[in-house]
Ligand binder design. Sequence first.
Ligand code: FES
Length: 281
Amino acid sequence: MYKILEKKEVAMRNVWYKVHAPHVARKVQPGQFVIVRAFKNGERIPLTPIMWDREEGWITLMTFIRGKTTMRMANELKVGDELLNVAGPLGNPAEMKKLGRVLAIGAYTGIVEVYPIARAWQEIGNDVTTLHVTFEPMVVMKEDFEKAVGRHIVEPVPMDMTKDMRENMKNVTKRLTEKVRELLETEHFDFVFMVGPTGDQKAVFQVVKEFGIPMEADLHPIMVDGTGMCGSCRVTVGGEVKFACIDGPGFDAYKVAWDELIARTGYYTDMEMLAMQEYMK
Ligand code: FES
């Protein structure tokens, strides 16, 4: 059913899949996601359809290799294999409305989730600037963005192999916040949107807040079922408990309890590292 029609590593640790999933392709809207189960007894991972063809019945997905499941998918799945399950489309579509001049930001692989939304906003008459900040070898979809939106800015950050990943990631956050500040200081924007690691979303929000510009963030808490049943994706927004899978994934950045979300998102990091190390043995 969910046959892999094409697969390629498009940039360092970024693997692109074209998957036959007609029920998703028929209904999916920008901003929605699917939950993929690739292997028997494997974990369920939320991924965002980037492009789709409603008639041919395919969607495209991108994984960033960051844990055991995404590594297994990259290593073990080949064209012609089938994913066990692709559930969706899930979550709420992004609101399609006149926003004016929009700055849509993606950090790392978060940029691929920005794509369907930014393209649709541009198509309905908004003037969309997209900004992608990531490590140099991880730049993806540059030409796709250049065709789809008013202006696409890429800020590649070199990787310093003498430093550990955490130090390198600090450089991405620094470049991200500096570039956002520069853009907001020199140009007028009516709305900011962002997808990326929660810590970077918070860092960008703190800059945007100084300018008083409305901002929405697509949140990525841990998800399991994607249907509001398990509670793992709960976030506090405006003092109320929300489930990112059914109430989001897009939320008003001014109302998100960022520190709580960052703490919850990092809860399983050690276990994820351990699982990946075991797999790599
Ligand atoms: Fe289970 Fe949202 S993923 S409630």
